[in-house]
Design a protein around this ligand. Structure first.
Ligand code: S3P
Length: 447
């Protein structure tokens, strides 16, 4: 046996223990769970549209569960969550009910920030929203400020910038907002507020972020004007939204763990079926190609308005690269696992322009630099990224996810190429976006 994977639970925290020996290779055909961004949007648009929305392939992670429970509390009828078919009986635009309790977005920034745009534009209703320890420390001013410019009334800690937040819904005014950051959460929040707002609401971002909201809003019947030159999107309100059928592709952010795993573990070959390859999300494929990874796109097709492919990855000798600029928003969630790839690449990989990582579920720059150093890597923290000198072998040790799902899974993949035993503390965080991560790990490691 070239790898032994065990789990132990202590004080409601789970340790994932990975013990490696020579001869490990990863093989097989796998599927990854539904795209997290698309799952959130399908539930939210389904809830505020008229008529029924049918969702196939929904991610059953904790984040979409938070979205579903918030919108149930707001009056939408959502069937039991499963991957086959979830039905959402929409209540119609502007018809959300005032909930009797605080809405809890859990660990999910997307739930909280997108929902704020919807709530702030519901006149006459009062809402209170909160989240877990991590979410209560993440900046909300990036959405609160533009919403206030539209006339929203929102209160919270530290000059209305931290959850818990209180919202008194209002009739809003359209604005043209120039966002200082390329963020799909900011863009989507403003567009969702614009749905209920008479006139043209425009958001311009400095670089293109993921465009799932634009695609799905148009499919549900909203009128959008998209200017790719200036990265601007305009919504004309009040909009009419009609429930639709949504097929959620596999999440490329989850596939990224297997792409890097098979790239760095010698003699591996994996096929990851049915992965969303929307061009606003494929920065990871471009970065891996710069690093000389062997990734092929097969069976490319369009499924319910989103491009999808099967990804075949074989191990190869990786080399370093520089990841910066407009590429960053197109791979922002994949930087922790790209840092792992960089540890096994020849040369110095530099990641810049990624200061946003400091305000994700954890400070992903500090945590990745720290945990990889702990395993023996030459990883240096930069103010806005990381510098990693590849080629130093890793040794198994105790590491910690800091309750961040993407850190937990990145460290598990690093462990596969480390000598000895690695214990990943608080590995249960993976369930936020990938509940079946460990069973899939066991499946592909079968030798
Ligand atoms: C998301 C947008 C990104 C990403 C997050 C999901 C979305 O955040 O990091 O995991 O679904 O809109 P930002 O918009 O803050 O960059």
């Amino acid at each position: 046996m070239s790898v032994v994977i065990t789990q132990e639970t202590t004080n409601r925290q789970q340790n994932l223990i990975i013990k490696t020996a020579a001869g490990l290779s990863l093989q097989g055909r796998i599927r990854v769970p539904g795209d997290k961004s698309i799952s959130h949007r399908a539930l939210m648009l389904g809830a505020i549209a008229s008529g029924e929305t049918r969702i196939q392939g929904l991610l059953l992670g904790e984040d979409p569960r938070s979205t579903a429970s918030c919108f149930q509390a707001l009056g939408a009828e959502i069937s039991e969550l499963n991957t086959e078919l979830v039905t959402v009986k929409g209540i119609g635009l502007g018809q959300l009910q005032e909930p009797v309790d605080v809405l809890d977005a859990g660990n999910s920034g997307t739930t909280l920030r997108l929902m704020l745009g919807i709530l702030a534009s519901h006149p006459g209703r009062f809402f209170a929203v909160t989240g877990d320890h991590s979410l209560r420390s993440r900046p909300m001013s990036r959405v609160v400020k533009p919403l206030q410019q539209m006339g929203a009334q929102i209160w919270g800690r530290q000059a209305n910038s931290l959850a818990p937040l209180a919202i008194q819904g209002q009739t809003l005014q359209p604005i043209h907002y120039n966002s200082p950051i390329a963020s799909a959460q900011v863009k989507s929040c403003i567009l969702l507020a614009g749905l209920m707002t008479a006139g043209e609401t425009t958001i311009t971002e400095p670089a293109l972020s993921r465009d799932h909201s634009e695609r799905m809003l148009q499919a549900f019947g909203a009128q959008l004007n998209i200017d790719p030159e200036t990265h601007s999107v305009t919504v004309t309100g009040p909009a009419q939204l009609q429930g639709q059928s949504v097929i959620v592709p596999g999440d490329i952010s989850s596939a990224a763990f297997w792409l890097v795993a098979a790239a760095i573990v010698p003699d591996s070959e994996l096929v990851i079926e049915n992965v969303g390859v929307n061009p606003t999300r494929t920065g990871i494929l471009e970065a891996l190609s710069m690093m000389n990874a062997d990734v092929q796109l097969e069976n490319q097709r369009l499924v319910a308005g989103e491009p999808v492919a099967d990804l075949r990855v074989r191990s190869s000798k990786l080399k370093s690269c520089t990841i910066a600029g407009d590429l960053i928003p197109r791979l922002i969630d994949e930087i922790p696992i790209l840092a792992v790839a960089a540890v096994f690449a020849q040369g110095t990989t530099v990641i810049r322009d990624a200061a946003e990582l400091r305000v994700k579920e954890s400070d992903r720059i500090a945590v990745m630099a720290n945990q990889l150093q702990h395993m023996g890597a030459n990883a240096i923290e930069l103010p806005d990224g990381l510098e990693i000198v590849g080629g130093t072998p890793l040794t198994g040790t105790d590491v910690d996810s800091h309750t961040d799902h993407r850190i937990a899974m990145s460290l598990a993949i690093a462990a596969l190429s480390s000598a000895g035993t690695t214990t990943i503390h608080r590995a249960e965080a993976a369930a936020i976006s990938y509940p079946d991560f460990v069973p899939t790990l066991e499946q592909v490691c079968r030798t």
